[in-house]
Design a binder for this molecule. Sequence first.
Ligand SMILES: [Zn+2]
Ligand SMILES: [Zn+2]
Length: 280
Amino acid sequence: MSVQAGESWIHDKYKFFGLSLSGIRTAIAMPELSLAFDVAQGYPFLLNLKHFFISHGHLDHAAGVPYIISQKAMNSQDAGNFYMPPSLVEPLDKIMKLWQEIEKHEYKYNFIPVTPDQEFHLNPQTFVKAFATTHRVESYGYTIFETYKKLRADLAGLKQNDIVQLRRQGQEVNEIHHIPAVSFTGDTQIEFLDGCDWVRKSKILFLEATYLDERKTIAQARQWGHTHLEEIIPRLKELECEKIVFIHASSRYSDKDALQILQTKIPREYHERIALFPGR
Ligand SMILES: [Zn+2]
Ligand SMILES: [Zn+2]
């Protein structure tokens, strides 16, 4: 179990930049795909990205949208693509119109409403799929899927020559697989886990856990649309993820305290797969 210092977190070929702390800031960027999940207040490592997947409209997740748009204009970049809950499009558009009045400048931006299970293709190998979550306002999580070609299961065991022969006869010897690589929940109660099996199978799952100990009850966590660690622990056995990365811990815990609590409360058999995303 670990918390990697600074603003980056790495697993395998996947590299993330960001910070996440409840009520203060959440933004997680993947520069290699030119995307971010939420934008906090609009940090420097977000400004050159193309795609922004916004979980919901709370300021600790979405305040940076106008700033990123303005910085893109200043640097003559193309309009950014901001994917978001449908109910957020109109209010954010109004905010941008007001800011255009204040600045006497016209901004370019694409606000794209999402629906559950909708897929957004970033390139031929990668798409992002939205899933509904349960929070105090309309909210969504997102999963990055990677597309692979693999030899058809019914051809496994055939000799290479036979496969070449089939291909010469015009047969498609490969089949397409879509692998859920990275899921990000945003803020949510735990119910979303019942809905999407691909989230439970994601290689990396960024999972909100706002309250970690008895200073808040499960009922209090739910009242604010959040998840308590005590709700997650009994469900860890359902998660097939290589890494479960806790995000959005309450600011009452330092990263060190949060890690200590996770180490004490989570059964040892899961420790290898658990990480805490940096908050500060
Ligand atoms: Zn939040
Ligand atoms: Zn929230």
